[in-house]
Design a protein around this ligand. Structure first.
Ligand code: A2P
Length: 312
């Protein structure tokens, strides 16, 4: 799996095709997708221009990831969900298929099934049952490998203890404000690779509020970047790469897409690696929240498989 890939969450239809084309054109060989991002068809249009007989790339030269959404956890729904992503992406197999979250939502077409009061309708399917259905996708040749996303250490162990095909990746939010040191060393000890989503702090997350700190504008990063004659984004991405974390920066801007891949020709000193580690605020940006009694609270906190009650 190439250590830097293109993220496609939040890349609007109408923009994501150009982003994928720009990425493949400047050397990216790893594209991170998900059914829930609602743009796999357009990603597929870009892939079709690059991959296949008579095209610039063989299928095996590009690493493509997709994710099973929460409404498709029922074992009877898993294969169809995977086949839908494959059809949208125009591929015959995925390199990696992840369970997007450990929580299952009610089955159906609606990505966010809700009651009248706005609360989410959950399902009591256990993520272990879903995992077994995902294992069959390997047996059928639809995916090369399977993994997890947003699983805590305990849930990761839970899957490992019962898996016939082990999870190879846990994709989690990770950036200098949430450095995930404990989860990282745990995953390393059980041979699970960590991929960082929102590696640049996802300043464009839909619920960002102006009083939250902006990682890319942190003056301490600007100072480091200036010393290396790099941009803050490149310093952050280099930090991920140097600590052995795969990262999938999202951008729809060709110059940034290119810049984000140019992180292999310099290295950060040990001191700067530690300095960036010290920016950790243990703060999650990517947890869906709702307003309850005038307060913003974690939306799925009461779900029995909500991952973020554990320390890591
Ligand atoms: P855009 O897509 O408009 O280029 P993350 O990967 O952490 O989710 O961050 C994505 C956000 O970071 C997007 O707003 C994206 O903007 C922005 N971004 C991506 N690469 C860079 C870069 N090299 N410099 C500045 N901002 C960037």
């Amino acid at each position: 799996m190439p250590v830097v890939g293109l993220g496609t969450w939040k890349s609007a239809p109408g923009q994501v095709k150009q982003a994928v084309l720009a990425a493949l054109g400047c050397g990216y060989r790893h594209i991170d997708c998900a059914a829930a991002y609602g743009n796999e068809q357009e990603v597929g249009e870009a892939l079709a221009l690059w991959i296949g007989p008579g095209k610039a790339l063989h299928r095996k030269e590009v690493f493509v990831t997709s994710k099973l959404w929460n409404t498709k956890h029922h074992p009877e729904d898993v294969e169809e969900a995977c086949r839908t992503s494959l059809a949208h992406l125009g591929l015959s197999y995925l390199d990696l298929y992840l369970m997007h979250w450990p929580m299952a939502f009610q089955r159906g077409k609606d990505l966010m099934p809700r009651r009248e009061d706005g609360s989410i309708c959950y399902s009591d399917i256990h993520y272990r049952e879903t995992w077994m259905a995902m294992e069959s996708l390997i047996d059928k040749g639809l995916v090369k490998a399977i993994g997890l996303s947003n699983f805590n250490a305990r849930q990761t162990n839970d899957i490992i203890s019962m898996a016939r095909h082990k999870p190879v990746v846990n994709q989690v939010e990770c950036h200098p404000y949430l450095s995930q040191t404990d989860l990282l060393s745990h995953c390393r000890s059980v041979a699970v690779c960590v991929t960082a989503y929102s590696p640049l702090g996802s300043g464009d997350r839909p619920w960002a509020s102006p009083d939250e700190p902006s990682l890319l504008e942190d003056p301490r990063l600007a100072a480091i970047a200036q010393r290396y004659q790099k941009t803050p984004a490149q310093v952050i991405l280099r930090w991920h790469v140097q600590r052995g974390v795969v990262c999938i920066p999202k951008s729809v801007t060709p110059s940034r897409i290119q810049q984000n891949l140019e992180v292999f020709e310099f290295s950060l000193s040990k001191e700067d690696m530690k300095l960036i580690e010290s920016f950790n605020r243990r703060e999650r940006f990517i947890v869906p929240t709702v307003e309850r009694e005038g307060k913003r609270v974690w939306r799925d906190a009461e779900h029995p498989h909500f991952p973020f009650h554990d320390p890591y």
